[in-house]
Structures are given as structure tokens and as C-alpha cells.
Design a protein around this ligand. Sequence first.
Ligand code: C6P
Length: 406
Amino acid sequence: MSLNAEKFREDFPIFKRKINNRPLAFLDSASTSQKPQQVIDAIKDYYEQHNANPHRSIYTLCDEATQIYEKAREKVAKFINAKSDKEIIFVRNTNEAMNILAYSYAMENLKEGDEILLTIMEHHANIVPWQMLQKRGVKLKFVDINDDGTLNLNQLNEMITKNTKIVSVTHKSNVLGTVNNVKEIGRIAHDNESIFIVDGAQAVPNMPVDVKDLDCDFLAFSGHKMLGPMNIGVLYGKSDILEKMEPFMRGSDMIKEVQLTETVWNDLPWKFEAGTPNVEGAVGLSAAIDYLSKVGLSEIQKHEEELSVYAMEKLNEIKGFKPVFNGTLKNGVISFNMVGTHSHDVAYILDEFAVAIRSGHMCCQPLMRRLGMQSIARASFYLYNTKEEIDTLAEGLEKVNQVFKV
Ligand code: C6P
């Protein structure tokens, strides 16, 4: 293996835990990752040494809290190669980022007859916020997938029209593992003068993502899937577009001057950050980025590929194992069903072996319908996963077969 996962595991206190007297095999990082001691310590240190409400006074602690919060923003900007930290808006998660874009960009700029081009593999976070635009006669269009789970780029080319004002696509599918050619999709979108949005929730934690290289107008991602805490995420946006947008949430800290009946908005990025910010989240995300950068995103991606290849070899030998797509995709996400067994039963039985996987519709109901399925089981890998954990997954799936007499 290219990464020494055993060594990384020592940094994660949760792996000291036993579940059902067995070591934890956590194969659900696409849902949320575990947190290393370095992230936990950074948050603890912030509360023990520096806590105050940033941007609000000039005493020592307040100044430190402001510096810490804004340094975290600079770190995020460097991590995704943004032009400036003004392009980094702290949000709660990918869902919130998409809602900001739907309210602050789409509701302000789109009119009847305009179109938003999405894909059938989108997470609900990149479908549901756009649906409200239909009230004003905006049409949502969905590009299909090919038989191997890749995106049908020919169809995307055919479906984009002069009315397509927004193209919004996931970089990596949380169900299929498909990594979309977002650079090419962005080129198509921009040739058409459409705004190009990338859902980076699954890509940013697992592979190098460079917003200048992708030339996306917006990128959304969540800290909790990349070793950071919950409730901190990022909306990246090109500053010239963000400058022209109205804020979504209004209140304190996002203002320059308030009169009784009108307000002058603050500069970027604070215009989009109403109220006391999540400093603890930013601190944790910053420590998570340090950790990931030290390991290397390309190395993490390679490790996940190696585990995926190993898993597909091993699991394909098990009777009744039906991967959603048979081994063509090697991106750290293995979605499958066990013949004659509901995915929740699979997850329940695997828990006996301390194997944690996700089961259900994966917040992708339209994709599930397209695949003719109601629910699936999903194992997903990260830097701390090992081949031994996949062996335990296989052991657990044999037990599933015994219980359901397959
Ligand atoms: N997918 C999964 O188990 P939030 O919840 O806002 O942090 O992330 C939403 C989201 C958006 N886009 C993609 C591609 C995602 O995978 C997710 C989250 C998790 O697959 C939880 S539903």
C-alpha cells in the first residue's frame, strides 16, 4: 500500500474504541470522516486559550480570535488555490452553500424560461435548493449517466442551450464514485456563458482540487468529510460575481452601516457571514487541512484506489454481492446490494463485526430511481482504512448470506 494507514490510525482516538469487542472498521467516511487528535486539540486549545467573539473589539483575546478565524480562511484559500481569501465564505456545510447560491444568485438573476442544468447523479443538496426556481418558470434539466456510471457528456452538450444560465455538477458522486471531468464541463458551461457551480463535498476531501485550474465560478464543500468538525463548510466564489450578489442571511457583522430603514453591506467575504461566526469550526478545519496537506491529497486518492481494487476483488467472490457498477470505478466508494437482503439489514449485521457502512438512499433519490433501486449499502474509504478492514467487511457479508440463507 502506498500509505501507512496503520500509522495514521494512531492519530485518531476513536480507533481505540471497541464495538462488540472488535476493533472499529469505519467504512463510512463519505458520510462523515473521523477526527484526528490534532483537530480535537486545536479546538480545545482555542477554547482554553483564545476564545472571544471575533471582529468586535480590540482587547487581546478578541484580536487573537479574529486572527485565528481569518488565518483559517487564508489556509482554505491556499488549499483550493483561490485567488484571494475574500473568495472564501464560511458556511455550515455544502447544503447551506447551495442554498446561498439558489437565493442570492439564482433568485436574483434568473427569470421565466431560463434553465438550470444538473445531472441525475446529484445529491439532494444540489437539486432541492434549485427546485424553488420552478415557481418563477425556470426549468430544471438533468443529464443522464452512461451504462458504466459515468456522466453522459454528449447529452450534456446537447442539453445546454442559450437559456441555460447555471450548470451545477458534482465533482465526485457519493453513490457511484464517478469523478466527473469538471474542467471540461466548466469549459462547455463558460462557452455557453453559463455560471458553473461545482459540488465538491466528495472531491475536496479525497483528491487535489484547484479552483483556478477548474475555472469554476463557485465550489461548495463540507469540513466534516475532510477530518474537520461538523457545522463548518465553505462556499468559494469568484470575487467579481460575489461582489454583485446580495447577501442571503442578514443581521450583524455583515454590515458597514445600518440606518433605520437601510443598510450598507460589509466587504467580501463578511457580507455573507451574518452573526457570530463558527470560530471553533474554522480552527478545526484549519487543523484538518494541515493534516491532509502533510499526508498529500494525491497520496490519499491513490490509497483509496488501491483499497477499492482490493475490495472489488475480494467482494466479487462473495455470493449475492451485487455492486452498483462492476468494478469500473475505483474511487474509494463501493455501492452494492446483497441479493435478497435490504441494505439496512446488511448494515445491521455488519455492525456485529464493528464494520460501519452507510445504507439507504444516500440522499440521492432521483439517482436511486434511475438505477431502479430503493436503497443500497455503501462502503467508503479514507486515509486511515486498511485491507484488514475490508477482510472484516467480507467476513460480515458472508454472515449476511448465512442469516438470509442466500
Ligand atoms: N453526503 C453521504 O453519506 P452536507 O450534509 O451539507 O455536509 O453535504 C451534503 C452533500 C452534498 N453533496 C454530496 C456529493 C454529498 O455526498 C453530500 C453529503 C453524505 O453521502 C451525507 S448525505
